[in-house]
Design a protein around this ligand. Sequence first.
Ligand SMILES: C[S@@+](CC[C@H](N)C(=O)[O-])C[C@H]1O[C@@H](n2cnc3c(N)ncnc32)[C@H](O)[C@@H]1O
Length: 332
Amino acid sequence: MTAPALPSETLRAALAGLLDGLPPKQAAQAVDRLIANYRGTTPTDAPILRDRADVAAYAAYRMPATFEAVHAALEAFAEATPGWTPASHLDVGGGTGAATWAVAATWSGDREVTVLDWSEPALALGRELAAAQPALTRARWQRAKIGKDMALPATDLVTVSYVLNELTPADRTALVDTAAAAAQAVVIVEAGTPAGYARVIEARDRLIDAGFRIAAPCPHSAACPIVPGEDWCHFAARVSRSSLHRKVKGGSLPYEDEKFSYVAVTRLPATPAPARIIRRPQIRKGQVLLDLCEPDEHLTRRTITKRHGDLYKTARDTTWGAPWPPPDHSDH
Ligand SMILES: C[S@@+](CC[C@H](N)C(=O)[O-])C[C@H]1O[C@@H](n2cnc3c(N)ncnc32)[C@H](O)[C@@H]1O
């Protein structure tokens, strides 16, 4: 018996058929238009994803990367909440459904899934792609406009991925407060830029005020020790590029790193990381330098040398975004 395909592989296969029949030139034009729109003024009064060509370009060009970023955030969340599995998931501003695929990749089993977005073409394509993923075939794809009048039903998990950027400050606040009132757990992902980080921190503060605890990435629920303007908390998810992806995005590298900022919070008990590696570890001769966000609300740099024995070996293999020390080492 062959092993079932990973959700990321199934998604890739579903996306591969997407631009079939669309001449490369037309696909490239759709991507150019999309980039131009996203560089323009957001928020907009009407959806940027207006038609099938827009959403096909979005899905081919961005969905593999937003999927990997949300998946990385959810895995960190799941590590902090072992034993918890969402029985219901609401993806707000879900577009073509990248976060629903990421939830299916993180927790197996059936759940109630609802995707809300104001772009009908995005929802239609999301529904089409989801036919290839058994965990999503019963998902509901519903038109909704984010704002102070949006109501959300009670749910285990709300995801908001790459959406805050497109909202007015008032709509951002309304969305975070509505999500907080509806959910047991909220996961917010934004671009890994200073502005993306600022939006994540604003949401993080509101969610803590609403009674949530941070599960990831922070090792505590106190104030973030990063000084805005000097640095920003972000991570990187590796996205392997299919030939379709290379065709649409240009370039020849087999992968790219999607930079993202995130916060994952819960009302249930969670065990956050003892500390989190917040930069790419620097490997030097005989030592590894780790930049850590610590539970005492400080950032520190630790030098792990050969004298640390096994821990040194572990440090050489660890990655940006991982907890430190890993669960099987207690001393650091
Ligand atoms: C960059 S896409 C992200 C889609 C998806 N969450 C992902 O991670 O790939 C932003 C999505 O937010 C939706 N959106 C933006 N403003 C909205 C609003 N006011 N109400 C509902 N949806 C909105 C857009 O239609 C689009 O699908």
